[in-house]
Design a protein around this ligand. Structure first.
Ligand code: ASP
Length: 437
């Protein structure tokens, strides 16, 4: 991962402020253009307001597959996880992400935020893809290695990435044992390409305020403020989902580790605030690591596995959000995603959360894969861009809380004695910092 500071953009003029200004301007322009009763002479111009948004969505779609491919290969080549912890870590990561997606799907199915407004006139007609599990099985192997990149086929992509990831790792281990280093150029190349995709992604994300302006101005001009009622319902539904996931983490920590819920929440409050204010789990990672060791008091090995590995691959908030978004857009379009389709949402959201970079708005990139997999048209992601600047902050806080949870669970049910001298007495956080220094 590259320097986290690079992802926080300008400190004096942060992305969220740019988006807020874009929203205000868009409301003004939307009202000037008719707020639901557009002047027929301006319809053409209004429709063209979405050009930046369409370009940005195309760029996000194009970046999604290389990002996931490189993220998986990079992880296989560079992450070192000791054997037993590795298995435990994998089970914890998977079970927490699954829970996040289940919560997301339950809340979206129960509250049905997309039923508040029909979007029939928003764009191209949706294609309601029906899923055939046997067909899916036969489809796992791509016709050619590069085909999944061309088709944005996430299942085939993961198949190729896992196959090459496992093999490259095995070659590296063998060469390290023989004191050879032929694998290094490939490892460096993959690291370099990964950095490059992230850098391009950063440029695309910097343009999001322009997209927000265009899409909001067009929506208000053509349809007034009604569509935003549904988006408000969606925001509430996502916040409920994330809140439930937060409760789940706290219970997991209470029953699966020695850390008490109070200690977990008070010790982690700085990390959660940092995550919320930067919308980047990568940027919050150093704070997470520090707080886990100094304030919560877990062992260094547990803190590093949870914070360092977790901040790269553990994005439960993103998984929950992507699953809810797919259902929300399905509901807006009047499409009922059936059970196999929802299972597909589960699977692709897991992959999407693993592939999502820990930077602001990164979830939008992998969301294109979730939508493609269930046959939802990706242009509806444009609607979500309007509220993503806020929801991104909330899901990032949950992503980081997920990393903290993993660290506590890895630390086990008994407090490690070595750590006692750096641990604060319950209720006195400042004490920990003083002692550590
Ligand atoms: N911003 C999130 C993070 O850094 C990723 C996302 O967009 O979902 O964790």
């Amino acid at each position: 991962m590259s320097d986290s500071k690079g992802f926080v953009f300008s400190k004096t003029f942060p992305l969220s402020l740019q988006i807020a200004i874009a929203l205000i301007l868009a409301v003004v322009v939307g009202i000037l253009f008719g707020a639901g009763n557009p002047n027929p002479n301006f319809i053409d111009l209004i429709n063209h307001l979405t050009i930046p948004c369409n370009l940005i969505l195309k760029a996000l779609r194009a970046l999604a597959t290389p990002l996931i491919l490189l993220a998986i290969l990079h992880a296989f080549l560079t992450v070192h996880i000791p054997g037993r912890s590795g298995r435990k870590l994998a089970i914890l990561l998977l079970s927490n992400t699954l829970m996040a997606i289940i919560i997301g799907l339950l809340v979206a199915n129960l509250l049905q935020p997309g039923r508040w407004w029909s979007v029939a006139s928003f764009g191209a007609a949706p294609t309601n893809k029906t899923l055939d599990p046997w067909g899916l099985l036969q489809d796992i192997v791509p016709p050619s290695i590069l085909q999944p990149l061309v088709d944005n086929n996430v299942i085939q992509l993961v198949f190729v990435a896992l196959a090459f990831g496992v093999v490259l790792r095995a070659i590296k281990t063998e060469q390290v044992a023989q004191k050879k280093n032929d694998y290094q150029p490939i490892e460096q190349l993959i690291g370099l390409l990964f950095e490059a995709v992230m850098a391009v992604l950063k440029w695309v994300i910097a343009l999001v305020p322009i997209a927000v302006f265009g899409i909001v101005a067009k929506t208000i001009a053509l349809q007034g403020f009604k569509p935003f009622i549904s988006l408000a319902a969606f925001i509430v539904a996502v916040l409920i989902g994330l809140f439930l996931q937060g409760i789940y983490y706290t219970l997991r920590v209470k029953f699966g580790s020695w850390v008490s819920p109070q200690r977990f929440l008070r010790g982690g409050s700085d990390e959660l605030l940092t995550a919320f204010s930067t919308a980047s789990s990568t940027a919050a990672m150093p704070v997470t690591f520090q707080a886990l060791m100094q304030k919560i008091g877990v062992r260094e090995s547990s803190a590093s596995l949870g914070a360092l590995v977790g901040s790269n691959f553990n994005n439960d908030g993103t998984a929950l959000y992507e699953a809810m978004s797919a259902l929300f857009v399905g509901q807006l379009l009047g499409l009922h995603l059936n059970l196999p389709q929802q299972l597909m949402v589960v699977f692709t959201s897991i992959i999407a959360s693993v592939g999502a970079a820990g930077i602001p708005e990164a979830g939008l990139v992998t969301m294109t894969l979730v939508f493609t997999a269930v046959g939802l048209p990706t242009q509806y992601i444009a609607l979500l861009i309007t509220v993503d600047w806020f929801l991104d902050r909330c899901r990032t806080a949950i992503n980081v809380m997920g990393d903290m949870t993993i660290s506590c669970l890895l630390d086990g049910k008994t407090q490690h004695v070595e750590q006692v001298d750096v641990i604060y007495l319950e209720g006195d956080l400042s004490h920990a910092e003083v002692q550590k220094e």
